[in-house]
Design a protein around this ligand. Structure first.
Ligand code: CUA
Length: 305
């Protein structure tokens, strides 16, 4: 329960946001309880009874008016100070922090998936690997409309805007897989535009990186048949051109269809048969493949480790 929520932060930024949220909630709760309590007391205790004379009327209680102006003012100043402190922790890097630094990765939002390009040359999609304990500098861009990346356990929301690069830090101090969603309505596939941030110990991360940079093993048997089909259908004209997700190491991913399905041959089969049925609005065309063809393609794609 609440595993992937803001209440289970894994980075200093998310922790600051979570603490601020809880603090403001407690302050608000106390205010609500006081107001509702006073209101309830007044309603019951000073109830009008038939035949009762009007109570003495008073006007212009300066002391009272100052009191109820000063208390909310002080409360707002406290909340403002707490918010500014959180903002200073979770804020995107400023120009000084960026001077002379190249981003560790660029994430490009597409309708409806995330392209991930590392400075190391690794290109992947929807699964963002990071080494634990390292503050990764991420450049966020968009290929089409405005999207917004939110990994609740790692940081606040950052918009990805066409023609603009927004910088954001991404770090996790605990190994794990953290769910993310697109949080700016971007069309049909918006609700299925998911991603995973996979935080790993450095050695594991480096092993993953090496694997991603290596050429996948040559396909054999059914997979080799699938590789031929892949050429025939011209899949690479989208999948190797940033129009669709890069599939070079597809078999090494845990999920497919923008992290909405686990990567199993059965799910891949389902996807290849009718992408729109799995993810309405998806830009992947339906090639009306036969069961034999989807099996061959699935065998090929799953072999791409
Ligand atoms: Cu992308 Cu909503």
């Amino acid at each position: 329960m609440l595993t992937h929520s803001v209440f289970n932060p894994v980075s200093p930024q998310a922790l600051a946001i979570s603490n601020l949220f809880i603090f403001i909630m407690i302050v608000s709760l106390v205010i609500v309880l006081i107001i509702v309590g006073v209101l309830a007391y007044t309603c019951t205790h000073f109830r009008y009874h038939p035949g009762q004379a009007d109570p003495p009327q008073t006007f212009g209680l300066t002391k009272l008016e100052i009191t109820w102006t000063v208390i909310p003012f002080v409360l707002l100043v406290i909340v403002f100070a707490a918010t500014m402190k959180t903002v200073s922790i979770s804020a995107p890097p400023d120009d000084n922090a960026l001077a002379g630094r190249t981003p560790d990765m660029t994430i490009v939002a597409h309708q409806w998936w995330w392209e991930v390009r590392y400075a190391s040359g690794v290109v992947t999609a929807n699964e963002i690997h990071i080494p634990i304990g390292k503050r990764m500098l991420v450049a966020l861009q968009s290929a089409d409309v405005i999207h917004s990346l939110w990994v609740p356990q790692i940081n606040g929301k950052t918009d990805s805007v066409p023609g603009q690069t927004n910088m954001v830090y991404m770090e996790a101090d605990r190994a794990g897989s953290y769910e993310s969603a697109c949080v700016e309505y971007c069309g049909d596939g918006h609700s299925r535009m998911r991603a995973l941030v996979i935080a790993q110990p450095l050695a594991q991360y480096q092993a993953w990186e090496r694997q991603q940079l290596a050429t996948p093993p040559a396909p054999t048997g059914l997979a080799a048949e699938g590789a031929k089909l892949y050429q025939q259908f011209g899949c690479q004209s989208c999948h190797a051109a940033s129009i669709g997700p890069d599939l070079t190491h597809f078999g090494s991913r845990g999920t497919l269809a923008a992290a909405t399905l686990t990567n199993t041959p059965a799910h891949l089969d389902e996807w290849l048969h009718d992408p729109q049925a799995v993810k309405p609005g998806a830009n992947m065309p339906n090639f009306h493949l036969s069961t034999k063809e989807t099996r061959m393609l699935a065998a090929y794609l799953e072999s791409l480790k």
